[in-house]
Design a binder for this molecule. Structure first.
Ligand code: FE
Length: 182
């Protein structure tokens, strides 16, 4: 018996293992997105979203209603209180941050899952120069007051709109955002 658990896939010879798939991709499957500088060299790629808060779009999924972005917050930045109707996945690339509603701190190298129904306020404290976190946000962010009354929302379409306006204003062109949309 082999001690290593392997997926239930028929064995291939060494030569077969390195043979590429011979057929076209399905025609309904859109092209892949490949971004060499996920943390951009060009400062203009960061889209400002509040004081000391920016996002860098990576994938704006108009067809499935989610977005994948890097959130950057410099010290004392606050991401307004919001509720998530759908799950969020986060991976901390740099620095640390916390939610006013929880007693844990998300630190560099850490992974965070936020369940549907979560309402929270993201803060970066004075002792942190800068944090960057890769977030996949599904559906929407519903901005609320401390009692949960709705003040506004963001979804993939408002994100696309923000990017368009910003990229137009900084000279990259409104269509710069198109490369991230699928
Ligand atoms: Fe959140």
């Amino acid at each position: 018996m082999n001690a290593v658990t392997r997926p239930n896939v028929a064995a291939e010879s060494e030569a077969e293992k390195r043979m590429p798939y011979k057929h076209p991709q399905p025609k309904e499957s859109p092209p892949e997105v490949v971004i060499p500088d996920a943390i951009p060299k060009d400062e203009r790629v960061w889209v400002p979203q509040a004081e000391n808060v920016w996002f860098r779009p990576l994938l704006l999924s108009a067809s499935r209603g989610y977005w994948q972005n890097i959130l950057r917050v410099r010290k004392s930045g606050v991401l307004s209180r919001h509720r998530h109707p759908q799950p969020v996945h986060g991976f901390v690339l740099k620095g640390k941050w916390r939610y006013l509603e929880h007693d844990w701190v998300a630190t560099e190298g850490g992974y965070v899952y936020e369940a549907p129904g979560e309402t929270h306020t993201l803060v970066v404290d004075e002792d942190v120069e800068e944090m960057m976190t890769l977030f996949q946000v599904n559906g929407a962010m519903i901005y609320v007051d401390p009692d949960g009354n709705v003040r506004g929302y963001e979804d993939v379409f408002t994100k696309i709109d923000m990017c368009r306006k910003h990229y137009e204003a900084v000279g990259l062109g409104a269509d710069y955002v198109d490369q991230f949309i699928r």
